[in-house]
Design a protein around this ligand. Structure first.
Ligand SMILES: [Fe+2]
Ligand SMILES: [Fe+2]
Length: 177
């Protein structure tokens, strides 16, 4: 059954809110990485390709938030700065750290979208189809990042663990705030 105006499902509102916040954060992370790396190297071009996909994900959820009248996260200004800083700092450490950041984030986003798909079941096909489609691309980003040397980053397990922890916290608060 697809969504129609008047459907007020608090759980689904929270899903749209956190997904919009996450996709917005993703665009800011890649913007931070590209600000440090420039746009000339092959890796920068690859990141730019992923950033364009995040831009489409974000635009979709922006539109859904407006159409459904979902309150967006109040933390947008924070994700703006925190996402950009995470991207810029990891890119400044080096290309492997930038890739480790992407691998860590996309690992958590894959799990997050998997949980949403399980929760949605056969309901809200509009949201479910988008999440399923975007999840495929997030998995590609994760695999690309690992193939591009994420695991060569200095202190990879620590870096990856910290970023994943931060990402989980960001997901938890963006559902509600
Ligand atoms: Fe995305
Ligand atoms: Fe992504």
């Amino acid at each position: 059954m697809s969504w129609k105006p008047g459907d007020r499902r608090e759980g689904h509102d929270a899903m749209v809110r956190v997904d919009q916040a996450g996709e917005y954060g993703a665009t800011r992370i890649y913007a931070g990485q590209l600000a440090v790396m420039g746009d000339r190297t092959p890796m920068a071009r690859m990141i730019n390709g992923m950033a364009n996909q995040e831009e489409r994900h974000r635009a979709f959820f922006d539109a859904m938030i407006a159409r459904r009248g979902v309150r967006p996260t109040a933390l947008q200004p924070f994700w703006n700065v925190a996402g950009f800083a995470l991207g810029a700092v990891t890119a400044a450490i080096g290309p492997s750290a930038a890739m480790a950041c992407t691998a860590a984030i996309e690992t958590e986003i894959d799990l997050h979208y998997q949980r949403q798909l399980a929760e949605l079941g056969s309901g809200d096909t509009e949201l479910r189809d988008a999440v399923a489609r975007f999840r495929e691309e997030e998995i590609e980003h994760r695999d690309t990042a690992i193939a591009s040397g994420a695991e060569n980053a200095v202190a990879y397990p620590l870096l990856s663990g910290l970023i994943r922890m931060g990402c989980r916290a960001a997901i938890a608060v963006s559902k509600r705030i």
